[in-house]
Design a binder for this molecule. Sequence first.
Ligand SMILES: [Zn+2]
Length: 353
Amino acid sequence: MTTGFFYSKAFLKHDMGRGHPESPERLSAVMNFLQGLDIFDGGHFRLVEPRVATVQELERIHPKDYIEFIRTASDRESRFDADTRASKGSFNAALLAVGAGIKAWEDIVNGEISNAFALVRPPGHHASATQARGFCLFSNVAVVARHITTTMPDSRVLILDIDAHHGNGTQEILYDDPKTLYLGLHQDGRTLYPGYSGFTQELGEGQGRGYNINCPLPPGTADTSFLRALNTLFPPLVKQFQPTAILVSAGYDAHFRDYLTGLNLSTTAYLEISQLIMETSYQICNGNVIMLLEGGYDLKALSESVYNTLIPMSGKGEVIQEKPPEEDPRIPKYVDKLLSVTRDALQPWWQIP
Ligand SMILES: [Zn+2]
């Protein structure tokens, strides 16, 4: 069993300026940490240089003039919104971030790797088809999902988004697509960016109605309630949807030390999340899992949590244990109610025990 680990130094050339939380140092910190543990020397991982996504691949989601706009913005180092801008290396990095996911799928199909983790930036889950925003330029996960469902007959892709922020871009782009099921667990939008989306009643539209599922968790949610929500929703959805592959928007800003959000997961939670994803995927889709990095801004939390994620993927490694902060006793009760509302809302499409 080999886990493909996709990384390029070109990701460091995307730079949104000094002091920006979505910094090149995020990836350098993770790489230094993983290389310090010699994880790439034991034969369980294959370090893979991604390829760029082609315009044709991007065009399945992003209009051609938007792709050109990002290219030009990169040359001109333009600003897209208050906290999203381009540098000279941004366009190439963004093409590689999408291409990493596509190449991961190609390598899985060819039997070269069993699963993949793509340590990429810029992240993707806030970008819409025509708008760069929230540190994101292209919708990495949506392009990869659409690539799979377009190139493989009768395929379906389940997207699990565990970033603390709602994946509003992914949701918007795939909202009417029944071949992709989006499941997002995130901090309640009333208390965090993007703010206007990620609520239980957003269920998809048209043919895609029932294929968009949100679980907005209150600030202060720690391991117990997060894992309870994930354990309640994820395995039954995978079993009933029967995806060909599972894509994970692997954000690590739900960690309790992350300074951008109010969720309180420990490093150990990421091990348990990864364990659940891998176990479920082996039962249903041959372990076909591709994780793509989204957020995560505390460098130690990010590095250690990525490492813990890799353990169930590769079947190898010594777990880093960490205790989360205590949950307010009101949180498990709130999450119970939230899950019961979600269960009722999903009743026409999915049976959640
Ligand atoms: Zn985030």
